[in-house]
Design a protein. Structure first.
Length: 153
């Protein structure tokens, strides 16, 4: 893969319930989602000596986070379920991707950045939230932006 050509990231505009937004993301980014899953499966193989954890074992580890996510942030679990369904990707693998840092204890030296800006600090009073997932150079072609307008939020 060449990193010398930079293209504008795909922007996916979504709205509705969290499940509907997840389906819209899954439809709009199915190729990127499947490519990302391949990248991270391969990263587990490469880093096995450091992690002592296979992809399948990591999926089992991610299952312990599911009940807590379902109890405390059910809307995001529904969004992830919608993404999995629409992208025709296994939900348990997407769940693993969302628990990656906790499971690997940063052994893969991965990281992400999140930020939020409250309404009193934006021009139009809207709350802005951003999060990136570009941990590995192989992720460059998997990056997409989501502009979400959830119902009732």
């Amino acid at each position: 893969m060449s990193h010398s050509t930079h293209t504008e990231p795909k922007i996916i505009r979504v709205h509705g319930t969290h499940r509907q937004m997840g389906c819209q993301i899954g439809e709009g980014a199915a190729q990127e989602i499947h490519r990302m899953l391949r990248v991270y499966r391969a990263s587990f193989e490469v880093a096995y000596d450091e992690l002592q954890l296979t992809w399948d074992e990591a999926m089992l580890q991610s299952e312990k986070y599911y009940p807590f996510a379902k109890e405390h942030t059910p809307q995001y679990v529904e969004e992830l379920e919608g993404m999995a369904e629409a992208a025709e990707a296994p939900f348990d693998e997407l769940m693993l991707m969302n628990c990656m840092e906790a499971i690997t204890s940063d052994a893969l030296h991965l990281g992400c950045t999140s930020l939020a800006v409250s309404g009193e600090h934006t021009a139009d009073g809207h709350v802005l939230v951003a999060h990136n997932e570009d941990w590995l150079p192989e992720d460059e072609e998997n990056v997409y932006l989501v502009h979400a307008t959830p119902d009732k939020e």
